[in-house]
Design a protein around this ligand. Structure first.
Ligand code: ADP
Ligand code: NAG
Ligand code: NAG
Ligand code: NAG
Ligand code: MG
Length: 506
């Protein structure tokens, strides 16, 4: 009851600037617990809710990224950030904070402080409605990359294909990946909630004979919808959020294709050896291991092939080796297995049955497409390629759309008129992309195609010198940046052309 009141009140307050997907949270998540903290000594959720006003308090995660060579103690930074953040009266969720540069210790070590999405349905919260949890992390940016291949020890002739690779998390190249992925449903929260649920049950030491799970998540859907990226991003997120519990985290990516095709007759043994190594990694109790089995159908389709009589024993051996090894891992607390597939029908049912979560990742909806294209344009505005302009958020443009449907024309101020028409045009483009069933991957390359074919490289000034990689808009560029309307033109043409090409393919 209380929860519902909070919900309604905040909703009314912030309707104008609600975050794009802030309202799509299913009510069920509201009713469960506001606390997705992952600390071992977490107070029970009820304790969190019992604030003086009787209102619910939401756990808000604040991620603090350190500079590559910062040497401050994480504890020190965490305390400084905590007192800095709690000095705010209200925080916008999600947002990136500024102003901490005035504190010398933070200025010298910190690169970025961001307030993450919370389960709360509103776009901002007052300090007394929040419990702040700061996570300090320093992504590794080296090339510390271990490979695992058949040839034990001496790699030589065949190091072009590797069966698996290991990298340290958090990894600098996965920074920003989580935020860049946009889905219509609340897939990302759902995955985090699943992890939290397993942690709560593990901590309570429930009898695994009575309540058990397999630590396997399966993502499936059409190619290019961000499945592989989501697995990596989730690994990165967990490494950051679980840093209280685990001193380090690793991501082990298994390339099912090369594992199976290259050493076909050896694959069963190789899977076994691979998982022996994984078991070794998992035995370090202060390390968290995320295993990503990419395009798992090439491993587990084996049984169907075996039934058809092509390679009777080998295919079966691989599947059975995999299943046996998965079953051995499920009692470990510090492992998560994520599998992706473009073709879930081809997967062995025994494998599918082991997945705790089977999540379909669909082609992006019109709304998700709008956000993907908007973030593309915003990035190019930030880098000075597109002339500066305000592109409305999804919520704003939906408001514009609603108003123009009701009374044909809206009465916005002159300055807003341009932004409104840009937004509506982008929304129309999103609808076009949706009709063609474009994937996230195809959408993210639209700007390149538009530039190459329709805008003309001559019109976009390349910044002189190597400064083009800097994050500042390049001030002294020789030619001016191109207006967003020209970019919209180019992207519309590129989409039309893709539609024609698609006809040839079918
Ligand atoms: N839903 C999405 N939101 C944002 N970007 C996406 C989305 N889906 C795909 N992309 C883009 O497409 C790229 C390829 O995605 P990938 O994870 O390889 O897809 P999959 O594994 O499903 O084939 C990603 O790096 C990302 O830039
Ligand atoms: C893989 O290793 C096995 C022994 O473990 C060996 O017999 C086989 O030839 C190796 N295959 C390749 C391609 O290196
Ligand atoms: C980080 O990820 C990239 C890309 O996957 C990889 O090349 C690099 O080696 C990784 N770094 C570390 C320290 O694991
Ligand atoms: C895998 O385990 C073997 C021994 O079982 C070891 O020699 C090898 O270095 C390990 N590989 C990785 C990548 O950990
Ligand atoms: Mg993939």
């Amino acid at each position: 009851m209380v929860t519902w009141m909070v919900f309604t009140r905040c909703l009314v307050l912030n309707l104008s600037d609600v975050d794009a997907f802030g309202l799509t949270l299913p009510l069920t998540t509201l009713m469960v617990s506001a606390d997705i903290s992952m600390e071992s000594q977490t107070p029970a959720p009820e304790a969190n809710q019992a604030s003086t006003t009787g209102a619910m308090r939401w756990t808000v995660h604040v991620e603090v990224r350190l500079k590559p060579r910062a040497s401050s103690r994480f504890d020190t930074i965490r305390n400084l950030v905590h007192s800095y953040v709690t000095s705010f009266e209200r925080l916008v969720l999600p947002s990136t904070l500024s102003g901490w540069e005035d504190i010398p210790e933070l200025l010298s070590s910190v690169e970025r402080i961001s307030v993450c999405e919370a389960q709360c349905p509103t776009a901002s919260l007052k300090m007394e409605e929040m419990v702040i949890q700061a996570h300090v992390y320093q992504p590794s940016d080296g090339d510390a990359f271990e490979e695992f291949s058949n040839s034990s020890g001496s790699r030589g002739e065949d190091d072009d294909t590797m069966a698996a690779s290991i990298c340290e998390l958090p990894n600098r190249s996965y920074e920003g990946l989580w935020d860049s992925l946009i889905y219509a449903g609340d897939i990302k929260m759902k995955l985090l909630d699943y992890i939290h649920a397993t942690l709560v049950l593990s901590d309570a030491n429930v009898d695994f004979n009575l309540v058990s799970w397999n630590r396997v998540v399966l993502l499936h859907g059409p190619p290019g919808t961000g499945k592989t990226s989501l697995c990596r991003a989730l690994g990165q997120k967990l490494a950051i959020r679980l840093s209280h519990r685990y001193s380090h985290a690793r991501l082990l990516e298994i390339n099912s294709h090369s594992l199976f095709s290259k050493w076909f007759s050896e694959s069963g043994k190789l899977v076994q050896r691979l998982f022996n190594n994984i078991t070794e990694l998992v035995e370090e109790e202060d390390g968290f291991v995320v295993v990503l089995i990419d395009e798992v159908e090439s491993l587990t389709a084996a049984r169907a092939g075996a039934m058809a009589g092509t390679e009777p024993s080998d295919g079966l051996r691989v599947v059975n080796a995999l299943l046996t090894q998965l079953d051995k891992l499920k009692t470990r607390k510090n492992v998560l297995i994520m599998a992706t597939s473009n073709l879930v029908k081809a997967i062995d049912t025994a494998f599918v049955d082991r997945a705790d979560i089977i999540q379909y990742v669909d082609l992006p909806s019109r709304e998700a497409i709008y956000e993907i294209l908007r973030t593309c344009l915003c990035e190019m505005i930030l880098k000075g390629i597109v002339a500066s302009v305000t592109i409305p958020t999804l919520k704003q443009v939906q408001m514009y759309e609603l108003v123009s449907k009701v009374n044909g024309r809206s009465d916005v101020a002159d300055g807003q008129e341009r932004s409104r028409s840009i937004g509506l045009r982008l929304l129309a483009l999103a609808f076009q992309c949706r009709k063609q069933g474009m994937s996230g991957r195809a959408l993210r390359r639209l700007p390149v195609l538009a530039l190459a074919r329709y805008i003309g490289l001559g019109n976009v000034g390349l910044a002189p010198g190597p400064s083009s990689s800097s994050t500042q808009p390049t001030a002294g560029r020789s030619s001016p940046s191109v207006s967003v309307e020209i970019w919209l033109d180019g992207m519309e043409k590129a989409v039309d052309e893709q539609a024609k090409e698609a006809e040839h393919l079918t």
